[in-house]
Design a protein around this ligand. Structure first.
Ligand code: UGA
Ligand code: MN
Length: 254
Protein backbone atom coordinates (compact mmCIF):
# COMPACT_ATOMS: atom_id res chain seq x y z
CA UNK A 1 0.00 0.00 0.00
CA UNK A 2 1.04 3.58 -0.68
CA UNK A 3 1.30 6.02 2.24
CA UNK A 4 -0.22 9.48 1.79
CA UNK A 5 1.31 12.00 4.15
CA UNK A 6 -0.54 15.27 4.75
CA UNK A 7 1.66 18.04 6.12
CA UNK A 8 0.33 21.52 6.95
CA UNK A 9 3.11 24.08 6.89
CA UNK A 10 3.22 27.58 8.24
CA UNK A 11 5.46 30.44 7.10
CA UNK A 12 8.15 31.18 9.68
CA UNK A 13 11.91 31.69 9.89
CA UNK A 14 12.52 28.01 10.68
CA UNK A 15 10.21 26.62 7.97
CA UNK A 16 12.84 25.68 5.40
CA UNK A 17 15.02 24.00 8.01
CA UNK A 18 12.09 21.92 9.28
CA UNK A 19 10.86 21.01 5.78
CA UNK A 20 14.39 20.09 4.69
CA UNK A 21 14.78 17.70 7.59
CA UNK A 22 11.38 16.18 6.97
CA UNK A 23 11.88 15.80 3.21
CA UNK A 24 15.20 14.07 3.81
CA UNK A 25 13.50 11.62 6.13
CA UNK A 26 10.78 10.95 3.55
CA UNK A 27 13.37 10.32 0.81
CA UNK A 28 14.28 7.20 2.75
CA UNK A 29 10.73 5.80 2.64
CA UNK A 30 9.38 3.83 -0.33
CA UNK A 31 6.03 4.29 -1.98
CA UNK A 32 4.76 7.50 -0.45
CA UNK A 33 2.97 10.59 -1.69
CA UNK A 34 3.60 13.81 0.24
CA UNK A 35 0.73 16.31 0.32
CA UNK A 36 2.17 19.60 1.53
CA UNK A 37 -0.36 22.31 2.30
CA UNK A 38 0.91 25.81 2.92
CA UNK A 39 -0.98 28.08 5.27
CA UNK A 40 -0.81 30.99 2.85
CA UNK A 41 -2.68 32.88 0.18
CA UNK A 42 -0.18 31.79 -2.47
CA UNK A 43 2.24 28.95 -2.89
CA UNK A 44 5.72 30.13 -1.98
CA UNK A 45 8.66 29.66 -4.30
CA UNK A 46 10.72 28.34 -1.38
CA UNK A 47 8.35 25.42 -0.80
CA UNK A 48 7.84 24.87 -4.56
CA UNK A 49 11.57 24.57 -5.13
CA UNK A 50 12.14 22.40 -2.08
CA UNK A 51 9.47 19.94 -3.24
CA UNK A 52 10.73 19.88 -6.81
CA UNK A 53 14.32 19.31 -5.72
CA UNK A 54 13.37 16.59 -3.24
CA UNK A 55 12.57 14.10 -5.99
CA UNK A 56 9.60 12.92 -3.91
CA UNK A 57 6.11 12.23 -5.25
CA UNK A 58 4.19 15.21 -3.99
CA UNK A 59 1.18 17.46 -4.29
CA UNK A 60 1.57 21.11 -3.35
CA UNK A 61 -1.54 22.91 -2.09
CA UNK A 62 -2.26 26.07 -0.14
CA UNK A 63 -5.08 27.53 1.91
CA UNK A 64 -4.88 30.51 4.21
CA UNK A 65 -6.17 30.26 7.78
CA UNK A 66 -8.55 33.23 8.21
CA UNK A 67 -7.21 35.84 10.68
CA UNK A 68 -9.82 35.11 13.37
CA UNK A 69 -8.51 31.54 13.64
CA UNK A 70 -4.84 32.44 13.40
CA UNK A 71 -2.69 32.51 16.51
CA UNK A 72 -1.12 35.82 17.43
CA UNK A 73 2.53 35.53 18.46
CA UNK A 74 1.63 36.49 22.04
CA UNK A 75 -1.15 33.89 22.31
CA UNK A 76 -0.40 30.81 24.42
CA UNK A 77 0.28 27.99 21.94
CA UNK A 78 -2.83 26.03 22.88
CA UNK A 79 -5.31 28.87 22.30
CA UNK A 80 -6.12 28.10 18.66
CA UNK A 81 -5.82 24.91 16.65
CA UNK A 82 -3.25 24.88 13.86
CA UNK A 83 -3.25 23.25 10.47
CA UNK A 84 -7.01 22.57 10.43
CA UNK A 85 -7.97 23.97 7.02
CA UNK A 86 -4.70 22.71 5.58
CA UNK A 87 -5.36 19.09 6.65
CA UNK A 88 -8.90 19.42 5.30
CA UNK A 89 -7.56 20.65 1.96
CA UNK A 90 -5.32 17.58 1.84
CA UNK A 91 -8.32 15.37 2.61
CA UNK A 92 -10.38 17.06 -0.13
CA UNK A 93 -7.60 16.47 -2.62
CA UNK A 94 -7.32 12.80 -1.66
CA UNK A 95 -11.07 12.25 -1.85
CA UNK A 96 -11.25 13.90 -5.26
CA UNK A 97 -8.71 11.53 -6.77
CA UNK A 98 -11.38 9.24 -8.16
CA UNK A 99 -8.75 7.16 -9.89
CA UNK A 100 -7.49 6.22 -6.43
CA UNK A 101 -10.86 4.99 -5.17
CA UNK A 102 -9.91 1.33 -5.32
CA UNK A 103 -6.32 1.89 -4.29
CA UNK A 104 -4.79 0.26 -1.22
CA UNK A 105 -3.40 3.14 0.79
CA UNK A 106 -2.81 4.59 4.20
CA UNK A 107 -3.12 8.20 5.33
CA UNK A 108 -0.89 9.86 7.94
CA UNK A 109 -1.02 13.45 9.23
CA UNK A 110 2.57 14.51 9.78
CA UNK A 111 3.40 17.97 11.08
CA UNK A 112 6.52 19.55 9.65
CA UNK A 113 8.46 19.92 12.91
CA UNK A 114 8.13 16.43 14.43
CA UNK A 115 10.87 13.79 14.35
CA UNK A 116 10.02 10.57 12.49
CA UNK A 117 11.81 7.26 12.75
CA UNK A 118 11.78 5.34 9.48
CA UNK A 119 10.29 2.47 11.47
CA UNK A 120 7.01 4.31 12.01
CA UNK A 121 6.27 4.11 8.28
CA UNK A 122 6.73 0.35 8.35
CA UNK A 123 4.42 0.13 11.33
CA UNK A 124 1.62 2.01 9.58
CA UNK A 125 2.02 0.53 6.08
CA UNK A 126 -0.45 -2.33 6.61
CA UNK A 127 -3.38 -0.68 8.33
CA UNK A 128 -6.82 -2.33 8.14
CA UNK A 129 -8.72 0.57 9.69
CA UNK A 130 -6.60 2.66 12.06
CA UNK A 131 -3.22 1.88 13.50
CA UNK A 132 -2.02 3.62 16.65
CA UNK A 133 1.24 3.97 18.60
CA UNK A 134 2.91 6.09 21.27
CA UNK A 135 4.17 9.64 20.65
CA UNK A 136 7.24 10.87 22.52
CA UNK A 137 7.80 14.27 24.14
CA UNK A 138 4.18 15.32 24.15
CA UNK A 139 1.50 16.30 26.64
CA UNK A 140 4.08 17.42 29.23
CA UNK A 141 5.10 13.77 29.60
CA UNK A 142 7.95 11.61 28.27
CA UNK A 143 5.32 10.04 26.05
CA UNK A 144 1.59 9.51 25.62
CA UNK A 145 0.31 6.17 24.45
CA UNK A 146 -2.71 3.98 23.90
CA UNK A 147 -3.27 1.51 26.75
CA UNK A 148 -3.24 -2.04 25.40
CA UNK A 149 -4.69 -5.11 27.11
CA UNK A 150 -4.78 -8.52 25.44
CA UNK A 151 -3.64 -6.98 22.16
CA UNK A 152 -6.53 -4.48 22.17
CA UNK A 153 -6.60 -0.75 22.84
CA UNK A 154 -8.70 -0.19 25.96
CA UNK A 155 -7.93 3.46 26.77
CA UNK A 156 -5.35 6.22 26.82
CA UNK A 157 -2.33 7.01 28.91
CA UNK A 158 -2.24 10.82 28.95
CA UNK A 159 -2.16 13.37 31.75
CA UNK A 160 -4.51 15.72 29.94
CA UNK A 161 -8.12 14.71 29.24
CA UNK A 162 -7.67 10.93 28.90
CA UNK A 163 -11.47 10.76 28.61
CA UNK A 164 -11.39 12.10 25.05
CA UNK A 165 -12.72 9.48 22.58
CA UNK A 166 -9.26 9.28 20.93
CA UNK A 167 -6.82 10.92 23.31
CA UNK A 168 -3.78 11.00 21.06
CA UNK A 169 -1.66 13.46 19.17
CA UNK A 170 -2.02 13.85 15.41
CA UNK A 171 1.28 11.96 15.00
CA UNK A 172 -0.06 8.90 16.82
CA UNK A 173 -2.29 7.26 14.20
CA UNK A 174 -2.73 6.40 10.52
CA UNK A 175 -5.93 5.41 8.73
CA UNK A 176 -6.79 3.23 5.76
CA UNK A 177 -7.61 5.38 2.72
CA UNK A 178 -10.69 3.28 1.93
CA UNK A 179 -12.20 4.47 5.20
CA UNK A 180 -11.49 8.08 4.23
CA UNK A 181 -13.44 7.54 0.99
CA UNK A 182 -16.24 5.72 2.78
CA UNK A 183 -16.90 8.58 5.22
CA UNK A 184 -16.46 11.76 3.18
CA UNK A 185 -17.74 13.94 6.02
CA UNK A 186 -14.88 13.11 8.40
CA UNK A 187 -12.70 16.19 8.79
CA UNK A 188 -11.11 18.67 11.18
CA UNK A 189 -12.77 21.80 12.49
CA UNK A 190 -11.80 25.18 13.89
CA UNK A 191 -14.94 25.11 16.04
CA UNK A 192 -14.27 22.13 18.29
CA UNK A 193 -12.99 22.20 21.88
CA UNK A 194 -9.25 22.26 22.24
CA UNK A 195 -7.63 18.85 22.10
CA UNK A 196 -10.50 17.34 20.15
CA UNK A 197 -9.18 17.58 16.56
CA UNK A 198 -8.03 13.97 16.42
CA UNK A 199 -11.20 12.73 18.12
CA UNK A 200 -13.39 14.76 15.76
CA UNK A 201 -11.81 13.25 12.67
CA UNK A 202 -11.71 9.68 13.97
CA UNK A 203 -15.27 9.82 15.30
CA UNK A 204 -16.27 10.95 11.81
CA UNK A 205 -14.84 7.67 10.49
CA UNK A 206 -17.30 5.83 12.78
CA UNK A 207 -14.53 4.18 14.73
CA UNK A 208 -14.56 2.64 18.16
CA UNK A 209 -11.63 1.54 20.34
CA UNK A 210 -12.19 -1.98 19.11
CA UNK A 211 -11.20 -0.94 15.57
CA UNK A 212 -7.75 0.30 16.61
CA UNK A 213 -4.66 -1.73 15.71
CA UNK A 214 -1.89 -1.26 18.28
CA UNK A 215 1.54 -1.00 16.61
CA UNK A 216 5.11 -0.36 17.77
CA UNK A 217 5.30 -3.55 19.79
CA UNK A 218 1.85 -3.21 21.33
CA UNK A 219 2.44 0.51 21.91
CA UNK A 220 5.57 0.03 24.00
CA UNK A 221 8.03 1.73 21.61
CA UNK A 222 8.37 5.42 20.76
CA UNK A 223 9.02 5.88 17.02
CA UNK A 224 7.82 9.45 16.56
CA UNK A 225 8.54 12.51 18.66
CA UNK A 226 6.54 15.69 19.01
CA UNK A 227 9.63 17.88 18.85
CA UNK A 228 9.11 21.61 18.45
CA UNK A 229 11.66 23.82 16.79
CA UNK A 230 12.85 26.67 18.96
CA UNK A 231 12.00 30.09 17.63
CA UNK A 232 15.22 31.77 16.55
CA UNK A 233 15.87 35.27 17.76
CA UNK A 234 16.84 37.75 15.05
CA UNK A 235 17.62 40.60 17.41
CA UNK A 236 21.03 41.29 15.93
CA UNK A 237 19.44 42.02 12.55
CA UNK A 238 18.07 45.25 14.02
CA UNK A 239 21.31 45.95 15.78
CA UNK A 240 23.37 45.67 12.59
CA UNK A 241 20.78 47.67 10.70
CA UNK A 242 21.03 50.53 13.21
CA UNK A 243 24.81 50.43 13.27
CA UNK A 244 25.62 49.97 9.56
CA UNK A 245 22.33 50.56 7.75
CA UNK A 246 22.32 46.96 6.54
CA UNK A 247 22.22 43.47 8.00
CA UNK A 248 22.04 40.02 6.36
CA UNK A 249 21.46 39.80 2.62
CA UNK A 250 17.72 39.29 2.03
CA UNK A 251 18.52 37.51 -1.26
CA UNK A 252 20.09 34.64 0.66
CA UNK A 253 17.30 32.18 1.47
CA UNK A 254 17.34 30.67 4.95
C1 UGA B 1 0.18 20.26 18.42
C2 UGA B 1 -0.25 19.01 17.64
O1 UGA B 1 0.84 18.10 17.58
C3 UGA B 1 -0.67 19.42 16.24
O2 UGA B 1 -0.98 18.27 15.47
C4 UGA B 1 -1.84 20.35 16.34
O3 UGA B 1 -2.21 20.84 15.07
C5 UGA B 1 -1.44 21.54 17.19
O4 UGA B 1 -0.90 21.15 18.47
C6 UGA B 1 -2.64 22.44 17.46
O5 UGA B 1 -2.68 23.06 18.52
O6 UGA B 1 -3.50 22.54 16.60
P1 UGA B 1 2.23 21.98 17.89
O7 UGA B 1 3.64 21.54 17.79
O8 UGA B 1 1.82 22.74 19.09
O9 UGA B 1 1.30 20.72 17.69
O10 UGA B 1 1.79 22.82 16.59
P2 UGA B 1 2.63 23.28 15.32
O11 UGA B 1 3.70 22.29 15.00
O12 UGA B 1 3.02 24.69 15.53
O13 UGA B 1 1.52 23.23 14.17
C7 UGA B 1 1.02 22.00 13.65
C8 UGA B 1 1.17 21.99 12.12
O14 UGA B 1 0.38 23.03 11.55
C9 UGA B 1 2.61 22.23 11.65
O15 UGA B 1 2.87 21.38 10.55
C10 UGA B 1 2.62 23.69 11.24
O16 UGA B 1 3.55 24.02 10.22
C11 UGA B 1 1.18 23.92 10.80
N1 UGA B 1 0.69 25.30 11.05
C12 UGA B 1 1.00 25.95 12.21
C13 UGA B 1 -0.13 25.90 10.12
O17 UGA B 1 -0.42 25.33 9.05
N2 UGA B 1 -0.60 27.17 10.39
C14 UGA B 1 -0.29 27.85 11.53
O18 UGA B 1 -0.74 29.01 11.71
C15 UGA B 1 0.52 27.21 12.47
MN1 MN C 1 4.69 20.90 16.13
Amino acid sequence: PIIYIITPTNIRAEQKADLTRMSHTLKLVNNIHWIVVEDSENKSSMVSRLLERSGLNYTHLNVLTPPQFKMASKDPNWLKPRGVLQRNAGLDWLRNQKRFLAEQGVLYFADDDNTYSLDIFQEMRYTQKVSVWPVGLVGYLRYERPVVKNRKVVGWFTAWKPDRPFAMDMAGFAVNVQLVHKYPEAKFSNEVQRGYQESTFLTGLKLTLDDLEPRANMCTEVLVWHTRTEKSSMKNEDKLMKKYGKATNPKIEV
